[in-house]
Design a protein around this ligand. Sequence first.
Ligand SMILES: Cc1cc2nc3c(=O)[nH]c(=O)nc-3n(C[C@H](O)[C@H](O)[C@H](O)COP(=O)(O)OP(=O)(O)OC[C@H]3O[C@@H](n4cnc5c(N)ncnc54)[C@H](O)[C@@H]3O)c2cc1C
Length: 392
Amino acid sequence: MHYDVIVVGLGAFGAATVYQLARRGVNVAGVDRFSPPHDQGSSHGDTRITRQAIGEGAAYVPLALNSHRIWRELEALSGAPLLEACGMLMLSDSRVATRGHGTADFAGETAALARSFGIEHDLLNAAEIAQRFPQFTGYSSHAVGYYEPGAGYVRPERAIEVQLKLAQQAGAALYPNTPVLSMEAYDGGVRVHTSAGTFTAGRVISCAGMWSAKLLGGPFPSLLKVCRQQLFWFELDEPERFAPDSPVYILLDGDADTDSCYGFPPLPGENAIKIATENYADSGDPDHIDRSINQADVDAMYEQHVAGRLAGVSRRLLRAKACTYTITPDFNFLIDEHPQLPGVTVVSACSGHGFKHSAAVGEALAMHYCRETGAADLSAFRLNKAAVSATR
Ligand SMILES: Cc1cc2nc3c(=O)[nH]c(=O)nc-3n(C[C@H](O)[C@H](O)[C@H](O)COP(=O)(O)OP(=O)(O)OC[C@H]3O[C@@H](n4cnc5c(N)ncnc54)[C@H](O)[C@@H]3O)c2cc1C
């Protein structure tokens, strides 16, 4: 079977890409080793924070803004709520700059980009934080808050499901439970060898998430690191502390990656908050991720990040999940041609901050493929040729 485009991997980025191509009338197929949405990759766990002023860098801001627009379009088409703009509070300390996702002063950069892009926000001192957000406690009198009312959370599994359904309705052929075993370029296209036989395509867009290095070879195993993360849901003793408009939050702290944390208000009908830190120390093979959660990690999370910092949250763990980040050396995205496989576009080593940009990246890739003008600029995410040769 031949397609104009085959999208490999139908998680956050693949679902968005196959949808955007299909709605433009491209003869496209999507192939996934599981049946997305699923909980074996990087896009599960109910919620992902989305912001508009993106401290990771100016190149991401147009993507986040476009994703918000697309999610609202998808909500109108599907009737499924995807984006909850409950606001985002980022707390930091005015005396120190805290690193985040490769940015030396994450809070400072966020506020600077909000100013330069005209994104609505408030800067708060400790007294104002206490008055507006009493659920957060234990921070110093030097605390400063960045509050962005248009930020919030997006529902990852639902967003993937909606885009795949709409893609199929627009004519995309979807092959779930079909692992891609290898790919090879030939004159005029790419052969995609799967468990269900070989397909060909003029172009392949590979969105294989944490399996990217294994599937793509070349420089990618040296550039991509898969890091296990854990998500915890603690039951609320005092749900009234988290009013319906309670924001998502990022509490920036300390020098180590695990010193900062982020979390979400309770979802409608739930009596728990989800909270997590970031881990870049444990990296491993995507086929052997430890998905168990041990009590010592639960206790450490509660003691370090919940007790004394979030009012009205009990020690009772309702749920926990393991998930993975696939990170590049500088925490940036990597979206470019495969240097050794002509016809293959590599997407999605999205370094733990990709979901909020996924809808827009899918749109930009489809617009580039269809040679439409006005596509978001993805040039900041090109493979750094110097870094590639350094890995050889
Ligand atoms: C715990 C956690 C919290 C996060 N928090 C945030 C957040 O708050 N905000 C934010 O913006 N981002 C966040 N992220 C990052 C974001 O979720 C990821 O960047 C994004 O989901 C990655 O999407 P993906 O498409 O690259 O990978 P995935 O969604 O994992 O998709 C990859 C797909 O490829 C398929 N696949 C792989 N290999 C093959 C193969 N050989 N053949 C066929 N199919 C294959 C897989 O089955 C999978 O479906 C978080 C990530 C984690 C893990």
